[in-house]
Ligand binder design. Structure first.
Ligand SMILES: [Zn+2]
Ligand SMILES: [Zn+2]
Length: 268
């Protein structure tokens, strides 16, 4: 499996790619060519061009969750590429209308608007994308220090209700040396995600984690999370997007981190 960071908040010095506060990773595993999130604008398309990645070859788009910093690129993608044979894999709530303080913060296109343009595969349950790559589906709460707090509201059959972000999920890749976890924002709790990945993939060893961990500043939650990383001997951490400097600095005291930026390439 080969993973390339197409969009992140951070860019590296002397490497001239575009950055934005959003997420998009490109993953190749055998025949599968997958986009995990599509960022906030068309930046992921521009960066893919600069990196020599042909997005017309994409087989699947997987959404970590519905927030627009992970989904808004869909509009730009569908304007430029014929996606009728591609698959869009996500939790069903990822395409629901989401609002915060009167502003729309969800997917730019609804389920109805996407139907016909791309093959929708909306799942709450885990799904094996390739022999080694798993979509985790809805993440259960297993850690007491990671309660779902939610953000804004979501429109569903029951009307407009607080959004607890049950759509927030992740990918897990089974390597010879344990699982490599790939997250969007980890609204479901980074440790909840890792615990569930262990169960879904039937593997207790964790090789590493890349993505947003949703950690900001020193807090009891951050302390518990660092303890969890240590207990699970997770030595390859690539926090990005929604992990601020203070949180990274705290983790780095215990576990040396790798800086993530656009163009970062990982091979397993
Ligand atoms: Zn989010
Ligand atoms: Zn985000």
């Amino acid at each position: 499996m080969k993973l390339t960071v197409l969009v992140d908040n951070n860019t590296y010095i002397d490497r001239y790619y575009y950055g934005e506060p959003a997420v998009s990773f490109y993953i190749e595993d055998g025949e599968e060519k997958l986009l995990f999130d599509v960022g906030y604008s068309d930046v992921f398309i521009k960066n893919a061009e600069l990196l020599g990645i042909d997005l017309a070859e994409v087989t699947s788009i997987v959404l970590s969750h519905g927030h627009d910093d992970h989904t808004r690129g869909l509009s730009f993608f569908l304007e430029q590429f014929n996606a009728s044979d591609m698959r869009l894999l996500a939790h069903p709530d990822a395409l629901k209308e989401k609002q915060l303080d009167g502003l729309a913060i969800g997917s730019p296109l609804s389920e109805a608007e996407l139907a016909g343009k791309i093959q929708l595969q909306l799942l709450r349950t885990p799904y094996k994308i390739t022999e080694r790559l798993f979509f985790l589906g809805e993440i259960p709460e297993t850690n007491l220090f990671e309660k779902r707090t939610g953000l804004g509201t979501q429109k569903g059959e029951g009307g407009e209700l607080p959004d607890l972000l049950f759509d927030d999920t992740a990918l897990a890749y089974k390597t010879e040396n344990g699982l490599f976890i790939i997250t969007g924002c980890s609204h479901s709790g980074i440790c909840n995600i890792i615990e569930y990945a262990k169960m879904v993939c039937n593997e207790t060893r964790i090789l590493g984690v890349l993505g947003g961990f949703h950690l900001f500043d020193a807090s009891p939650r951050l302390t518990e999370t660092i303890r969890y990383f240590e207990q699970n001997k997770i030595n390859n951490l690539y926090p990005c997007h929604c992990v601020n400097f203070a949180a990274k600095a705290e983790i780095h005291k215990k576990i040396p981190l790798t800086e993530v930026g656009v163009g970062l390439e990982l091979n397993f």
